[in-house]
Design a protein around this ligand. Structure first.
Ligand SMILES: Nc1nc2c(c(=O)[nH]1)N[C@H]1C(S)=C(S)[C@@H](COP(=O)(O)OP(=O)(O)OC[C@H]3O[C@@H](n4cnc5c(=O)[nH]c(N)nc54)[C@H](O)[C@@H]3O)O[C@H]1N2
Ligand SMILES: Nc1nc2c(c(=O)[nH]1)N[C@H]1C(S)=C(S)[C@@H](COP(=O)(O)OP(=O)(O)OC[C@H]3O[C@@H](n4cnc5c(=O)[nH]c(N)nc54)[C@H](O)[C@@H]3O)O[C@H]1N2
Ligand code: SF4
Ligand SMILES: [Mo]
Length: 719
């Protein structure tokens, strides 16, 4: 008799948190579909979900620890591997100091319950100041804005997409990304519903799928959004459209004082620099203010650029000055069932600086744009060893080729990863965790950013094999070896932690959380209740928060004008005081619904079909340069040069070229055959590690000056 079951869980691949139904017959996954009864996602799914099966079955996925001996990978037991890694780290630090070990945390950590809840201990045990993560090629500006304004780096309000009647979106393409810092499943339908209630307006140098869906789309010159926002704030004051509403009583300073700050930036002044006419800019403000529940939102396109932090600040300020923060249909704070804000640091900046370039830490992490030079520059504090935990910085951070060369020089590289990717190929040890379907799941992080309050828990679909380890087990195993418990009490506490695992912690956090029963284990939301609710529990729409949502001791929202607006000096120099010739081309990124950063390219189903690693270029530009659709191009920047095929399309703004990131799987020594067969090139061999958003240290991955040249036919010369 065949055994058949359907397992319900949340897809952990992106931020959308879709509920999925996985059918298993005789131990083999026979289908993955959207769960129509899911309390959050209502049956939505994208083509990537099926990759969870591919990942589970992938013969290239590393399943046992590996050590590189004389250039060859050798398997070893878990105890042996963890002992050796801990010994190597300890001796490296004994010889060169604690900071000689660098750590990089990649994006999948935040999609991994155990890693999120249980990595604190090992990070402390590693005792290094040289911590880096994908945050500084992504959402760092959001954390800084929230830390300064609301008193907690994770207190990030999200667009109330289900209630807004005017959604003004800068630099996001949720139809491809499925939403970011806005966890929202079925975003396409929800945006269509916005249009039914009012308007969707998109500002983007590319007419994306999201822009196609919108009522209006405006091209903007990459990196110049800051000027558009300054002009919009100028119009807000000059046309007497400031309307604070109830937020006024929660502000720590009178924002009307800001009128003079924006006086210098009228729309006429910025029009040519932004590529947006003064009329369009004025119209955007008036349209926004005429709506009853508008919201302004900006995401990756405006975070990872030269003025990313100031731009995100101005977006927040615009929402505040129009009374849209903490208002239904505006930007709203969530109330997640696991109150991770209570468990994590509120934020801190500049307590120490990077050794070589003097860039400030934020929340104990340094900007990853500075990693390569910390490895290659000799002197006390030089990084001699790296630990990569779920990341691929050679492909995902600026000037990846330089980092690739730097990794070669390390005395030690340890990767906690189940693929030998472009970064972990340099490893001495690979400690591979089990795949997502072999572990339990609860979204600790993305429920903080979700458009509805919700809670869902799933057990592992497949038991973890006896010789497999969870990320958290690997990390706790290292912690124990690096920093053995000093007292009996600590020993017992660690044992308890090990026994509880993520679900034990979750049970406690849910009980302590805002929907939990507190001291009474039988009332309120609990892990056992979630275990009986395979489709999750809807905890309702977002509600206005008390005290305007502030975590500051004085319960006020701090405008922090001095910290942010000092960056206007840099804006003025960049745009108004320089005899800058117009850069020939500005490079921007692109996401595709069948791809996920650098690591889902080993699923044949996702990579087959047309080449996605192409350079999109406007027809006018193409004709000036004698470029035809499908022709090979060389694209070059200060740091490097790549060769790839042109896709000519009027969806691009003239003067802008778009290349997706996450590709470039041609380097030797990797082990993901499908990815290698669809290698593409890495756009981060063009992005410049010296070009950063100086206010935060965040990388500039959009608006990178490049030159473009047509090639006769072969890519061979495009090195
Ligand atoms: N030019 C350009 N560059 C970009 C971007 C861009 O838009 N343009 N986007 C940036 C953004 S937003 C991000 S978030 C970064 C991402 O940058 P990274 O986080 O450095 O890269 P990923 O491609 O997500 O690599 C994830 C690695 O984690 C492994 N992995 C997956 N799941 C797990 C797990 O559960 N446990 C462990 N231990 N390993 C796991 C995968 O095998 C893969 O090797 O890239 C950034 N880089
Ligand atoms: N399918 C898929 N989904 C993903 C990912 C993935 O790799 N693939 N990655 C996940 C991750 S880690 C993240 S962080 C999110 C990101 O999710 P989103 O923030 O939605 O990111 P993108 O889809 O890259 O959209 C950024 C948009 O900004 C535009 N842009 C570029 N430069 C500028 C500029 O200077 N100004 C303006 N106004 N716009 C600009 C680009 O053309 C692009 O359309 O997606 C997540 N979801
Ligand atoms: S949009 Fe796709 S990848 Fe993202 S959670 Fe949903 S099914 Fe998974
Ligand atoms: Mo990201």
């Amino acid at each position: 008799m065949s055994a058949s079951k359907t397992h319900f869980r949340t897809c952990n691949l992106c931020e959308a948190m879709c509920g999925i139904a996985i059918k298993v017959d005789d131990g083999v996954i026979t289908s993955i579909k959207g769960d129509n009864d899911d309390s959050f996602s209502r049956g939505h799914i994208c083509p990537k979900a099926i990759a969870l099966k591919d990942l589970y079955e992938d013969p290239d996925r590393i399943r046992r620890p590996l050590q590189k001996v004389d250039g060859e990978w050798q398997e070893l037991s878990w105890d042996d591997a963890l002992d050796k890694v801990a010994a190597r780290i300890s001796s490296l630090q004994a010889e060169h100091g604690n900071d000689a070990l660098g750590v990089y945390l990649g994006n999948p950590n935040v999609h991994n319950t155990g890693a999120t809840l249980m990595s604190g201990g090992v990070l402390r045990a590693l005792k290094t100041k040289n911590k880096f993560s994908a945050t500084s090629v992504d959402q760092l500006p959001h954390h800084i804005v929230s830390w300064k304004l609301f008193g907690h780096q994770l207190r990030i309000p999200v667009p109330d997409i289900d209630n807004t009647d005017h959604f003004l979106m800068f630099g996001a393409n949720p139809l491809a990304s499925n939403g970011s810092i806005m966890s929202v499943a079925d975003v396409k339908q929800r945006l269509k519903d916005v249009r039914r209630r009012g308007k969707l307006v998109v500002v983007d140098p590319r007419r994306t799928a999201t822009a196609e869906l919108a009522d209006a789309h405006h091209f903007v010159r990459p990196g110049s959004d800051v000027l558009v926002l300054l002009a919009m704030l100028n119009v807000l004051f000059s046309d007497k459209l400031v309307k604070l509403g109830t937020i006024a009583e929660h502000l720590d300073q009178d924002p009307m004082d800001l009128e003079s700050t924006f006086a210098a930036y009228n729309p006429e002044k910025v029009a040519a620099l932004t590529g947006m006419s003064a009329e369009v800019i004025r119209g955007m403000v008036h349209d926004f203010c005429a709506a009853s529940q508008p919201v302004m939102y900006g995401r990756l396109g405006v975070s990872v650029q030269e003025f990313g932090t100031l731009t995100q600040y101005l977006i927040m300020l615009f929402n505040i000055l129009t009374g849209r923060l903490n208002s239904v249909g505006g930007l709203m704070f969530t109330k997640p069932a696991v109150d991770i804000l209570a468990q994590s640091g509120r934020g801190n900046m500049g307590r120490f600086h990077s050794r070589v370039r003097g860039l400030p830490e934020f929340n104990g992490e340094l900007p990853v744009a500075t990693l390569a030079e910390e490895i290659t520059t000799p002197g006390a504090g030089q990084i001699k060893g790296m630990m990569l935990i779920a990341g691929n910085p050679v492909i995902s951070t600026p000037n990846g080729e330089q980092l690739d060369r730097a990794f070669e020089k390390l005395d030690l590289l340890v990767a906690v990863d189940f693929y030998i990717n472009e970064s972990s190929r340099h490893a001495d040890f690979i400690l591979p965790p089990v795949s997502p379907l072999e572990r339990e799941h609860y979204d600790v992080i993305f429920n903080v950013l979700a458009v509805r309050n919700n809670a869902r828990y799933a057990e592992a679909l497949f038991p973890r094999p006896a010789d497999g380890r969870h990320d958290w087990e690997i990390l706790l195993g290292l912690q124990d070896r690096l920093q053995p418990a000093h007292s009996m009490k600590e020993k017992l506490a660690r044992k308890a932690m090990q026994r509880m695992g993520p679900s034990g912690l979750l049970a406690v956090l849910l009980r302590k959380g805002p929907y939990g029963g507190g001291a009474n284990p039988f009332s309120g939301l609990s892990l056992s209740k979630l275990k009986k609710s395979p489709h999750g529990v809807d905890l309702g729409a977002l509600q206005p928060a008390v005290a305007g949502g502030s975590y500051h001791r004085d319960q006020k929202l701090h405008l922090e004008t001095e910290f942010f607006l000092k960056d206007l000096t840099r804006v003025n120099t960049r745009f108004f005081n320089r005899n800058s010739g117009v850069d020939t081309f500005l490079l921007i990124g692109r996401r595709d619904v069948r791809s996920n950063n650098s690591w889902l390219h080993n699923s044949h189903r996702l990579v087959k079909g047309k080449d996605r690693c192409t350079a999109l270029i406007n027809p006018e530009d193409a004709s000036h340069l004698n470029i035809e659709d499908g022709q090979w191009l060389r694209v070059s920047s200060r740091v490097g040069s790549i060769g790839l095929v042109a896709a000519v399309s009027d969806e691009m703004m003239p003067g802008v070229i778009s290349i997706p990131h996450g590709w470039g799987h041609h380097r030797s020594g990797t082990q993901w055959q499908q990815a290698e067969a669809h290698a593409g090139v890495s756009v981060n061999d063009l992005t410049d590690e010296m070009h950063i958003d100086e206010l935060s240290g965040n990388a500039v991955l959009n608006g990178v000056p490049v030159t473009v040249q047509a090639l006769a036919h072969t890519p061979a010369e495009a090195v």
